[in-house]
Ligand binder design. Structure first.
Ligand code: 3AM
Length: 185
């Protein structure tokens, strides 16, 4: 069984986020740079066949590239996670997150949570909210999303991408091909 979630990688931005966090009195245990991501949907434990079905189902999921301004910090008191996230975000991000959750639900995956609050967790086991002034201002430009497997190791958790899909606007050609596939499945 694999523990799965969908997320936007934050590869290019990660060093800047870490440098910014590390010069602040940021609460909790820092998340390592390689683990930074913006979660789209948590799926939980899935067997191999279900994972393959999930990957196949997501193949035709469309979403344009996303620009997300990370300009506020926050804290999930129950999960004890301190994060940076957007005050406002493109509707396409919410639509993508919901669609991916739905793909999981069709395969009986997920935790039943309905809300979506985009964030990049910067620390865990945080006993308090980060009190950061002035407000941050980073731009996350996402051009792909990935399905990750969460792997527990003696050195902590590691997230391995199992599959990634490009975020791109629907081309006229793509639409035509898709219409054709629908007409002649
Ligand atoms: O980095 P964040 O916090 O967005 O919190 C976990 C992490 O997301 C979340 O899945 C991501 C990879 O581990 N996660 C883990 N267990 C979860 C659960 N039971 C969960 N999210 C919701 N329900």
């Amino acid at each position: 069984m694999a523990k799965l979630f969908f997320a936007l990688p934050v590869k290019e931005l990660a060093p800047e986020l870490i440098a910014w966090r590390d010069q602040l009195p940021w609460p909790g245990q820092p998340v390592p740079q390689a683990n930074l991501h913006l979660t789209l949907a948590f799926l939980g434990e899935a067997d191999e066949l279900t994972t393959r079905r999930l990957i196949a189902a997501v193949e035709r999921q469309h979403c344009p590239p996303l620009s997300i301004r990370l300009d506020e910090t926050g804290w999930f008191s129950r999960a004890k996670a301190a994060w940076i996230g957007p005050k406002e975000w493109p509707n396409e991000l919410t639509v993508l997150a919901k669609a991916l959750r739905r793909h999981g639900e069709k395969l009986r995956l997920g935790n039943g949570e309905q809300g979506y609050r985009p964030h990049v967790t910067l620390s865990r086991k945080a006993g308090e909210a980060p009190a950061i002034l002035p407000a941050p201002n980073f731009l996350l430009q996402a051009d792909e999303f990935c399905l990750y497997q969460s792997i527990s190791t003696p050195d902590g958790v590691r997230y391995e991408p199992l599959a990634c899909w490009p975020l791109r606007a629907r081309s006229k050609e793509g639409l035509d091909n898709e219409d054709q596939r629908r007409a002649n499945p």
